[in-house]
Design a protein around this ligand. Structure first.
Ligand SMILES: Cc1ncc(COP(=O)(O)O)c(C=O)c1O
Length: 458
């Protein structure tokens, strides 16, 4: 593969903890297997997050620093998973660690508000014009849930519209049609409302209107059947589970126009996409949502969620004469540890750092494409900003249905991701990856080498 010059990462940790020598050969122990045996005794399904499951067992982490992670068998890999795209500075960035350590000595959570949450809200508000007011919570799931409930409280309507195949966290209404399959997804232009979990009430399915992706006319035709009933349209501008495919401008404009005209709200889920621009992907599109749900990178490595939006809409949380229209609380919401970590991390993630990450993302996608061409593999890559997703499909998919893998493609992808692991690269199980600021061009070279080697082994 080509060698590229290395550039100095803007926010690279000044002193990385020395890691073990990079090992790509099979380890001599299998401590992860042993730990999973123990875990199965006590954790339902063996894990607390299903996304960590992989055959024959999850891999257990020992420690991590910068963009490198070492498992319990001593194998070191470059971490392109970054806790499902949540870590923009990789692991244990010195500035974040120092800020959190200082805060730890003053307590971790109080039944009192803090100055830190005001300062952090002010910092985030400067990043996007639509963030007039905000509230912090503990996860992206909570942020999306709060967005949906705030929309209902503001509009007095109860239906939610969302795009087929998108992941918006674990709220019942958000889960509808998260993972439909060919046997139940219905017509492409008018997708069915498909439950994810067994036991999902029929009433939930009836309240969720499912839209086709990137087809403005078809989406508007579906929405028109529910005029005056929809509280909000929830949109992710580059939905990861759908295929990490950026939304078309015309699609975003159509949904913005329709919601404005109908009196529904437009909610953007920027839990993943916030990392793509200083003010989130919405600033790239120039779209003004009514509400924005955030999470992941804004927590600086700790659990977080936040809802930001128009002051008038966010007023639903304020206590008026009869109390708030939407009473909302959370024991650990805006806890000072998360706020401290988030504020330190996002302060470092300035315009220069965002631009550098995006340049590295463009390079990564180009190098992956090059590797696919060299291997002559039926694969493609999607993504934007500092993210990529590799599909076992010769043609890059354009929506959920075209990204839906056949049984054979699914097996190939799983072998491919295993191959990356064997070549020192950890990716998300979907074939996706998210960059972090400690990465540089040399790391992207290693990624490209691992992609080529893994494709050749398929
Ligand atoms: C787009 C999107 N929305 C919401 C969520 C839920 O966030 P959390 O896992 O913090 O609850 C995720 C998590 O992956 C996500 O990717």
């Amino acid at each position: 593969m080509h060698t590229h010059g290395t550039e100095t990462p803007v926010n690279a940790p000044s002193a990385e903890i020395p890691m073990t020598a990079h090992k790509t050969q099979a380890p001599t122990t299998d401590r992860s297997a042993e730990l999973f045996e123990q875990a199965r005794e006590v954790l339902a399904g063996g894990v607390s997050r299903n996304t960590l499951l992989r055959a024959p067992h999850p891999i257990y982490a020992e420690r991590a620093s910068g963009c490198r992670i070492v498992d319990v068998d001593g194998v070191e890999r470059i971490d392109f998973a970054n806790n499902m795209a949540a870590l923009i500075h990789g692991h244990s960035h010195p500035a974040v660690t120092a800020a959190v350590t200082a805060q730890l000595e003053h307590g971790t959570a109080y039944t009192m508000a803090t100055r830190a949450e005001i300062d952090y809200a002010l910092q985030l508000r400067r990043r996007a014009p639509g963030f007039e007011k905000m509230r912090f919570m503990n996860s992206g799931t909570e942020a999306v849930m709060a967005a949906m409930k705030a929309s209902r409280a503001y509009t007095g309507r109860h239906k939610i519209a969302k795009v087929e195949g998108t992941y918006h966290g674990g709220y019942d209404y958000a889960e509808v049609s998260q993972a439909p399959a060919p046997h139940n997804w219905g017509p492409a232009e008018r997708p069915a409302s498909v439950p994810l979990a067994k036991g999902t009430p029929e009433s939930v399915l009836q309240e969720v209107v499912v839209l086709p992706y990137n087809d403005p006319e078809a989406a508007v035709a579906v929405l028109n059947e529910h005029r005056g009933e929809i509280a909000c349209v929830v949109l992710d501008l580059m939905p990861h589970r759908l295929g990490l495919i950026p939304a078309k401008d015309a699609y975003v404009v159509a949904l913005r126009d329709w919601t404005r005209e109908d009196g529904a709200l437009l909610v953007l889920d920027e839990v993943i996409t916030f990392r793509t621009e200083v003010g989130g992907m919405q600033t790239r599109y120039g779209v003004s949502p009514d509400l924005t749900a955030m999470g992941k990178v804004i927590g600086g490595g700790l659990p977080v969620g936040a809802l930001a939006g128009r002051a008038e809409v966010m007023e639903v949380f304020s206590a008026g004469a009869g109390g708030p229209r939407l009473p909302q609380s959370g024991t650990f919401s805006a806890n000072p540890l998360t706020i401290t970590a988030g504020a330190a991390a996002m302060k470092l993630y300035d315009a220069e750092a965002v631009a550098r990450m995006n340049r590295l993302g463009t390079l990564a996608r180009a190098r992956i494409e090059e590797a696919i061409a060299v291997a002559g593999a039926p694969a493609s890559v999607t993504g934007a900003g500092s993210m990529f997703r590799i599909h076992m499909k010769a043609e890059a998919p354009t929506d959920y249905r075209s990204s839906y893998p056949s049984a054979e493609e699914k097996a190939l992808l799983s072998h491919f991701v295993d191959g990356l692991y064997d070549h020192g690269v950890m990716a998300i199980h979907t074939g996706a990856g998210a960059l972090s600021t400690p990465m540089d061009e040399a790391v992207i070279d290693q990624l490209a080498d691992a992609v080529l080697a893994s494709l050749r082994k398929l």
